[in-house]
Design a protein. Sequence first.
Lengths: 274, 302
Amino acid sequence: MMGRLRTGGYHTAMILVSLLWLGPIIWVVVLSTRTFDDIATNGVGSLPHSFTLDTYVQAWTDGGQLQALINSLLVTVPAVLLSLGLAAMTAFALSRFRIPGRRTILLLMLAGNLLPPQIVLIPVSKFSELTGLYDTLWALIAVQVGFGLGFYTFVLHGFMRDLPNEIQEAATIDGAGVGQIFTRVILPLTRPALAALGALSFTWIFNDLLWAITVIRTEGNMPVTPALLGLQGQFVSSWSVIAAGTVIAAVPTVAVFLGFQRHFISGLAIGAVK
Amino acid sequence: MTTVISTNSTARRRRSFRPSPLLLTFVLVPFAIESIWVFWPAIQGVFFSFTRWDGLSAPVPVGFDNYVELAGDPVFRGALGNSVLWLVLFGGLSILGGFGMALALQRERRGVGIYRAALFLPVVFSMVVTALVWRVFYQPDGLVDQVLTAVGLEHLIRPWLADPETALYAVIIPALWRQIGYIMVLYLAGLKAVDPAVHEAAKVDGANNWQRLWHVTIPQLKGVNAVILSVIVIDSLRSFDIVWALTRGGPYHSSELLSTYMYSAAFQSLRLGYGSAIAVVIFLLALAVIIGYLVRAFREES
């Protein structure tokens, strides 16, 4: 009897906590389907009295979210692939071969990732102006790759170092070169770590605001996260359109999370269990 | 291939290893990219902090003038205070909340997966999305006001984000909403590594739940705690997006953090030298934690 009561209490408490977390999300999704008139008469805090999807059309076309989403993907996909590819190369070289100074290099690269971005914001924006990359998606890709590399290299290094030596030795005896060992032997074995980092870095880069507003100025070049702030200015007090824009901006990362849930969680936990 | 030397072949350990051109490329290309976009800019950033610069004409060297000005700048002092408050409240509460939820949800039982997912879902949102979700609540007549009215506390109602008294706290709450799930996941991973045999032994010895938590679980989480603490400090000093999206540091700098003040000094007031000096202060504040993190990371490495 006591046991059942306690279980009931536990679930009641946890359901309440979960609602506290899910409630705001559900609320915004509902808000995004209300008409302007409904909100004007009943207020943003009331329950819905209407249903429409025009808000999404407005955010999508008038609000420029379509273009913004395209920009986001044009930055995020190459940045994730490039930074993981480059980080895998370095991690491979540093973990599988006795390269002189390898610990120092790894340390330096990780240290670069731990720097507060503020210290490099001004030079990075000036440097992208100097190279003509300012206000282009290229600048954003470059800085995302440069700033992310250290952490990805460090994580992949830890993973590759723990792979057994015998496989590499066997491949060497079979006459495989360094490049083949990398692409045919080590990379396939690193897949779990790459998947975890891929899911993580996708959300990090997709969700970024600071780098985007530092190297991009034109509204039409903005990825979806910074563009949301512009949408907010454009549709002042059209709360349902802003809510629709918010939902649109959140869908890609939620999809990645749902699709890669296991990798995602293990990626986040990498630092904690080592 | 003679260039491949396995890490534990003692025979060749003493001979110096000459990496092949391909291996050199593997190391040097990424390192060069990071140098161009991180290392060199960081050095430049320190250099700019000793100049006066509007971004158009050439920087003028002014020695320590920017730092002297910072010392007497009330906005900077306010931002420094707010950053400390942010670290304590945002960091402290997310550790407490995250650890508490991890304890509540560590045992696999019915429903736990759903509860965990609920708490974790906001972690995948950007801070801007989080900000917009909460901005709706803070609107006059929004949900917060409605709830207060419903429980008879309508005299507390105020423009949450526009009142200097409440702006900073109104920004911290959404930040916590997003951070607690993240810290929970880190602690869940850490709790998994806690040795259940010690727990059983303590139970047999008659230790109650609190004693087991305090004397068995928490001591074993030392490693995780160190990681989480560094993550929290680094994250707190970096926090920018949520404040920028909700208040831009206002009203009257009441929710200004060092990071937002740095950004507006540099890119809105176009005082690039002054902004760089603020950035150097942020860097110095983070330095101890960064070094601690690196030392830990590399002690495990060897």
